[in-house]
Ligand binder design. Structure first.
Ligand code: NDP
Length: 297
């Protein structure tokens, strides 16, 4: 089986290089062109040629335009990468009878209420990033190709940039941090996402009726403030020298940003757990493991 992985150097892409390797021949690309193969989602014609040349059995798309605030001023580029390129991949996957594996986000929801979102709930994004990700999902579903779409949330990894690492950096210099306490979600490890991808893909290859849209997040829930307290509490307890003394909870309205974000990012993962007989560990275990690696503890 030949697997084409796009976005190989992102948080999830990096972990997929590990988890997909035992499933088949893995060709992993980033946006550079190497040996005439191009994985740039902003260059549709080069990407189309690359997929046509490789004829993969599975396309795994971990590449995305993820700059949520910047997308407010570059909506066309966000749409190009997160929707138009994805539509083209889906059309090629259909033609080749290949699987397309893709990732989306809790930001497709408007964040109302406090119930975990189900796959069947109506999406209503609050920002351009969310709109572009939703358009990507819809293009895959409309294409008729065999697909797995995993909506996930608050991704972290030992490699790459994420909230936990930002908190560790800021806490070294600042005595007080103010962190949003009214947005609730589940920090989800890129390693968990990659492992679930490999397991779900392997099962779907023999049971194509499992194709579809799934919510994939670690168990439990927390605010960004609670998440920051967990990260910095662990770091302090393990001997990190931090300047921070106070971590103050604030509401999102007190921290204006170009893009609005949902308050309720809880994802209901029942469908994924039932269809694939999987267990999703709590968010703390993944975050603690990442912190041990980052802090070398
Ligand atoms: P990262 O930002 O870590 O990785 C994204 C990757 O996409 C980077 O390697 C980046 O390359 C690449 N990329 C960006 N633009 C292009 C392009 N034009 N062509 C090719 N590659 C490009 O993201 P994650 O691994 O965290 O995200 C994986 C998936 O999960 C995405 O679909 C994302 O939308 C989704 N998701 C992420 C969340 C998060 O908190 N990060 C939350 C919810 C969902 P480069 O480094 O060169 O820019």
């Amino acid at each position: 089986m030949k697997i084409l992985l796009l976005g190989k150097n992102g948080q999830v892409g990096w972990e997929l290089q590990r988890s997909l390797a035992p499933l088949g021949e893995l060709i992993a690309l980033d946006r550079q062109t190497v040996d005439g193969l191009c994985g740039d989602l902003a260059d549709l014609s080069a990407l189309r040629d690359t997929i046509a040349r490789l004829k993969p059995d599975v396309i795994v798309n971990a590449a995305a335009y993820n700059a949520v605030d910047k997308a407010e001023s570059e909506p066309e580029l966000a749409m190009q990468v997160n929707a138009l390129a994805v539509k083209m991949m889906a059309e090629q996957a259909l033609q080749m009878d290949a699987w397309l594996i893709h990732y989306s986000t809790d930001y497709v929801f408007d964040g109302q209420g406090n119930m975990p979102w189900r796959e069947t709930d109506i999406a209503a994004p609050l920002n351009h990033y969310g709109e572009s990700k939703l358009a990507g999902e819809q293009a895959i579903q409309a294409s008729g190709c065999k697909h797995l779409i995993f909506r996930t949330s608050w991704v972290f990894a030992e490699r790459g940039q994420n909230f936990a690492k930002t908190m560790l950096r800021l806490a070294k210099d600042r005595e007080e941090l103010s962190v949003i306490a009214d947005q609730i979600g589940a920090p989800t490890g890129a390693d968990l996402i990659a492992d679930i991808t490999a397991l779900a893909l392997q099962k779907s290859l023999t049971r194509p009726e499992l194709a579809g849209l799934y919510h994939l997040a670690a168990s439990g829930e927390v605010s960004w403030h609670g998440y920051a307290c967990h990260v910095l509490g662990f770091a302090k307890a393990n001997g990190e020298e931090l300047a921070v003394q106070t971590i103050s909870p604030i509401n999102a309205v007190a921290y204006p940003s170009p893009a609005r974000r949902p308050l309720n990012s809880r994802l209901n993962t029942q469908k994924l757990r039932d269809n694939f007989s999987l267990h999703l560990p709590d968010w703390q275990s993944g975050v603690t493991r990442m912190l041990r690696e980052v802090l070398n503890k």
